[in-house]
Structures are given as C-alpha cells and as structure tokens.
Design a protein around this ligand. Sequence first.
Ligand SMILES: *Cc1c(COP(=O)(O)O)cnc(C)c1O
Length: 372
Amino acid sequence: MMLPPKPIYVTQPTLPELADFIPYLEQIWDNKILTNGGPFHQQLEQALCDYLGVNYISLFTNGTLALVTALQALRVTGEVITTPYSFVATSHSLLWNGIKPVFVDVDETTLNLNPDKIEAAITPQTTAIMPVHCYGHPCDVEQIQKIADNYNLKVIYDAAHAFGVQHESNNSILNYGDLSVLSFHATKVFNTFEGGAIVCPDAKTKQRIDHLKNFGFVDEVTVVATGINGKMSEINAAFGLLQLKGIDAALQKRKVIDAYYRQGLGNVKGIHCLQGVGETLANYAYFPILVQPDYPLNRDALYQKLSDNHIYARRYFYPLISDFPMYRGLPSAAPSNLPVAKKAADQVICLPIYPALNLDEQKNVISLIVGN
Ligand SMILES: *Cc1c(COP(=O)(O)O)cnc(C)c1O
C-alpha cells in the first residue's frame, strides 16, 4: 500500500523531549509564580545574555510587541527609514506608533537595506533607521552607524532572524545600533512557542523597557509611562531555558543542511543561493534561492512544482511590505523607488531548512530543482 507522501514545510519547530519539560512545570506549580518577572524569566534573561554575548535583555511576549516597545523606549517619532523586504511586522510596528515608514531599496547581494540609498531619504522629520538583518545575514552595520551619527538618528535593528549570529568584529551582531529586537516565534531558530526580546546596551535603557512592558509601573503606586503588557510568562521562559540547552546542536544540524544545499544547487544555471556578508558565525535560519531568468522555469512555476510534490517552500519576502494596502500609497512605496527589492521578491524561494530535515528529504528537494 502506498503511504500518502509526508508534506515537507519550509520549517518545523525544534522541540525538546516532553519529559524534560515536566520538572520545569512542577517548579511553576510549586511556587505559583506564573508571570511578572518570575524566577524563570530572570534566569532566561541572564542565560541569553551569556549565550549571545550581550549586556542586557528584556524578554517579551513576542517580537512584534518588542518592536513596538523599542520605538517607545527611544521616543522615536516622525519618519523612520526602513526596508520593504521583510516580514510585515517591521513596518507595522512603525504604524502602531504613528510613525511614517520611509522605504529605501535593498542591496543586491544581501537584500538588506542599502546604506548608499539612505541619505537621500532623510528629511527633517527623520528620527531613526530600522534595518532588518534579513535571513540572519548582517546589515552593513558600520556604514549605517556612520550615517546615523552624521544625522543624529537612532538605529533599531529588527534582528528577528539573527539569533546567535556573530559579526566579523567577533562580536554578536546584536551589539550594533541602539537596540536590537529578537523574535522567539515557533518558526524562528530559537523558539519559546511565542516570544521576543529587546537587546540593549545599558542598565538604564533596560529599566525603561522593563517599565514599558509592565504598564509603566515602577512600584505598586507609581506609573511613569504609558506602558503596555508585553511580559513573557514563566512557562515560555522556562521552555526557553530548556531550548537553550539544545541550540548548539540545532545550529550545527542547520549548518550541515545549508552546506548540502550549496553543494547540490551551487552550479545549477539560473539558481542563485544567497549568502551572507561579514558573518563569522551564521545561524542558517533560512535557505533563500533566487530563481533567475536563465532557469527553465520562473519562480512561481518552480514553487508550484515543489508544492505539487508536497514540498511547501515559501516566497519570503513576497509581496513586498510596500505593496500592502496600508503602505502602497506612500511616495517611497513606488516600485520605481525599490527596483532591487521588487526583483528579489519576484525571484525568491526559501527552501525547507530545520534540524529534523533528513537527507532523503533534502535530496528530493534538490533533485526537483536540478531536474529541469
Ligand atoms: C518573525 C518576525 C517578526 C515578528 O516576530 P513575532 O515574534 O512573530 O511577533 C518581526 N520581524 C521579522 C523580520 C520577523 O521575521
């Protein structure tokens, strides 16, 4: 009897053994602390600082609330320069703060915000730049910082993809800019079911962020800011502590899968495997390929062929953020302003990559792409 083929998705969350999580739950049931910066929350903040090599972390319920709060923490207003080539939450965090996004095109190699295009987009209303380390590949952090310094702008990195990535300075990529924001969503390299964090350089900023994520409370009777409820629960924090034990093994498996794709697809005419620039330690969060005109099929035809074979790759990032209804009326959203991003959005496919992807499954993906 033929078994129905097992679908292969672009990612699959990495989970520890269920039994290993029970002792954490027992502790929570014993101490009855479910949230509000309990013991697991504090332990995970410290463990992540140590693991990532950063000074301060404030945990959040998810990455989007962390982005929204990061903008509040630095009192960003007016206009913010950002990339159209990202997940929609990047720009949504600006609109939630009443900030006008100004889209700037991306760099051809990395598909990250192109620093050479930033200056022309700065106006008297510009207060910050929000770049994205897309696919975990570092932005040109030095160049972006130079521009920010010249024009007195804040820099908030959407680092949702960049967990564990080290830069050529031998430093965590999360140490660049004024703040960096992580996501621990189920689809990310490190997950706490849902979760997120803001990485910040000093204790004073962390304190402001901690107040903001807890309604603005400083103590029982004092409210200093119009805060939100963005606190990570003890269950998510405990889970994160357990996940952290498996993260090195998970990253190692991703690395092997990445290398095998590059070996199998590197010489296929019309298939370009994207590669990061300036990273000394990558996290292999995604495996984006560009389907170029000299490949026999166009992107959507290849995407369909993979789906027909139960391989559910994803077109990250298509459509561009600037093409969604709440953005497309902005002058900076005009396709003529964003030709590189537009082309990438029309050519990209992210192939399945996750620690549990086995060799046969990967061979199948590769042979479907090569066999044209
Ligand atoms: C996942 C993601 C977010 C949002 O994070 P959530 O934790 O899902 O809220 C923001 N920006 C980018 C680039 C992302 O990929």
